[in-house]
Design a protein around this ligand. Structure first.
Ligand code: FMN
Length: 172
């Protein structure tokens, strides 16, 4: 799929078949994620792939208040390893760039995914840290449900010229 087609047609998938993504595709997706722009090339991102059904269900059923996380054969928990960084304040931007690449690569392969926030909800971060044995110097920032999608929403065109200004801020 062409890059622009991928960017303009990607939507969040929230329903998946039981078929897992192959290791080969998963590696392709993670390679794309790790190709992202990042501050000082520190690459603080870490990815925990969860395919153990019991563990996956514990994560999926977390935070029932918000309805849990969407179930898929694999989940990917995206983390920022602050302990590895000299310039720590950039970790969230770096991980977000990687995660956007991950979503686009997934879509480009005909698969689907949805980004579900953990950070900055400290209760969610603590719960996921506890289940996965993540150290305090590492921040889990999102759970990505990923797989072969069912029922993906139609692409929408969100281009809005009113959100583009020229040579300064113009109050609406
Ligand atoms: C920072 C961030 C947090 C998100 N958190 C959730 C979430 O917790 N649950 C969810 O279903 N979708 C979540 N999403 C997906 C958004 O709801 C979705 O991207 C948005 O509605 C636009 O729809 P689209 O992805 O289909 O284009 C999140 C997206 C981002 C970037």
């Amino acid at each position: 799929m062409d890059l622009f087609e991928a960017m303009l047609t990607r939507r969040s998938a929230r329903k998946f078949t039981d078929e897992p993504i192959s290791d080969e595709m998963l590696e392709k997706i993670l390679r794309a994620a790790m190709a992202a722009a990042n501050s000082g090339n520190q690459q603080p991102w870490r990815f925990i792939v969860i395919d153990n059904p019991a563990l996956r269900d514990r994560i999926a059923e977390l935070d029932i208040e918000r309805g849990g996380y969407y179930k898929s054969p694999q989940l990917i928990v995206v983390c920022g390893d602050i302990g590895s960084m000299k310039w720590k304040m950039h970790w969230l931007a770096d991980c977000a760039a990687a995660l956007q690449n991950l979503l686009l690569a997934t879509h480009g392969l005909g698969l689907g995914a949805v980004w579900q926030e953990l950070y900055p909800y400290h209760k969610r971060v603590a719960a996921v840290r506890g289940i996965l044995g993540i150290p305090e110097t590492v921040y889990p920032m999102a759970v990505v449900s990923i797989g072969h999608p069912i029922d993906v929403p139609e692409p929408t065109d969100r281009y809005d010229p009113a959100k583009v200004m020229s040579n300064g801020w113009i109050a609406p």
